[in-house]
Design a protein around this ligand. Structure first.
Ligand code: SAH
Length: 361
């Protein structure tokens, strides 16, 4: 069954359409370094043709900032003692979820720091099940690396999708940034999720210190090879209470490359769900997410975290909407999307690829 707002996929298979589009390493590099306006126009046209004009809303609830990991770039890393740690209880999360339908959000994204403990994994399973029982929202989880067994339990509880960025395709850069995990382990998690029949979202940071153009090219090729349902990318922004404090984004001399990445992803992998991520607004204040939506993106992720804790989930500084009240993002986002001549997608907005993936698994 096809939902409102999702155009039928063209007759060629995703693999064929990818090959038609731009394909190889040289092609991707040429897109990233070539003239920008034609690239943006091409990506926008392809987004309209493949995905339609609907923008799907996935409301993020940052339900805990407690984290056992020490990722060098992240503001809520374990070693940052300046963070006031919190965990919302299930009733408070459910109260937000119940309001989401009225805001036009088809999906709740449960995001948190990473705590791979029995008690926490059980709580997340119970939370997923309760949201599925009490609302008709789709449930996406974004809570880090877990074993296949834990992911299976969350799937059985009703998890539709899981987001886990690979952050960078360069194993040495990944190792330098993540003391607690390797790139191979992260990719194993993505594979396990796919095999379990969960829709898989991943993505990467743009401009980590030490990144080169070749890293970006390889990141995009890895996205294509993983055949993901959704890809979230966003600029690295240095947080003052991390070891990367004060480090410039590797693309400080060419920040527009962030949009070239979005547009290139659309051309390389046309049926991807591509969110205009929050970090775009931090890097390009007030306009970043709108421009991403005009250059290939088709998903928006409003911040639905209760206002009283929003300021405690600062992965990076200058995060937008932190001073807004509960639910404020819901009204603002509708106006933003309409002003772009687009409309809010109805229903869950599952990835068009997920039907093909379900048939294979
Ligand atoms: N713990 C979960 C989810 C929270 S972090 C996980 O690891 O998946 C969500 C995303 O925020 C990360 O994947 C990372 O790409 C991004 N992020 C973290 N710190 C950032 C920073 N300083 N600048 C930009 N994005 C950042």
């Amino acid at each position: 069954m096809r939902e409102a707002g999702v155009r039928p996929i063209a007759t060629n298979s995703p693999a064929e359409s990818r090959a038609d589009a731009v394909g190889d390493r040289d092609g991707v590099r040429a897109l990233l370094t070539g003239p920008r306006e034609p690239l943006f126009a091409r990506a926008d046209a392809l987004r309209r043709e493949r995905m339609g004009d609907a923008v799907y809303l996935r409301g993020i609830v940052e339900f805990s900032n407690i984290c056992a990991n020490d990722c060098l770039y992240c503001g809520i890393r374990r070693s940052n003692r300046a963070v006031r740690r919190y965990r919302l209880d299930d009733d408070e999360i459910l109260a937000v979820a119940h309001r989401m339908k009225g805001w036009g959000h088809g999906t709740v994204v449960l995001q948190s720091g990473e705590v791979d403990a029995r008690r926490e994994n059980d709580r997340i399973a119970r939370l997923i099940a309760r949201i599925r029982r009490e609302t008709d929202l789709s449930v996406t989880v974004s809570a880090g690396n877990r074993s296949r067994e834990v992911y299976a339990r969350w799937r059985d509880a009703g998890m539709d999708r899981h987001l886990l960025r690979f952050e960078t395709s360069d194993p040495a850069l990944f190792a330098a940034m993540h003391p607690d995990c390797s790139l191979a382990e992260r990719l194993d998690c993505l594979r396990a999720l796919r095999e379990l029949g969960v829709q898989v979202g991943s993505g990467f940071l743009i401009g980590l210190p030490g990144e080169t153009l070749e890293t970006l090219v390889e990141n995009i090729l890895l996205v294509r090879d993983l055949d993901l349902d959704m890809v979230g990318v966003g600029p690295f922004i240095a947080h003052p209470d991390t070891p990367l404090a004060g480090r410039p984004n590797a693309w400080a001399h060419d920040p527009e490359i962030c949009f070239a990445v979005i547009a290139t992803l659309r051309l390389v992998d046309p049926d991807l769900r591509l969110p205009a991520t929050t970090a775009f607004d931090a890097f390009f204040p007030g306009v970043g997410r709108d421009l991403a939506l005009r250059r290939g993106a088709d998903v928006f992720m409003p911040n639905d975290t209760p206002a009283r804790v929003r300021g405690d989930y600062l992965l990076y500084p200058n995060k937008p909407c932190v001073d807004e009240g509960d639910g404020a993002c819901a009204g603002c986002v509708t106006a933003r999307i309409w002003s772009l001549g687009r409309m809010i997608g109805e229903g869950p907005g599952h990835s068009p690829k997920s039907l093909a993936h379900a048939a294979i698994s």
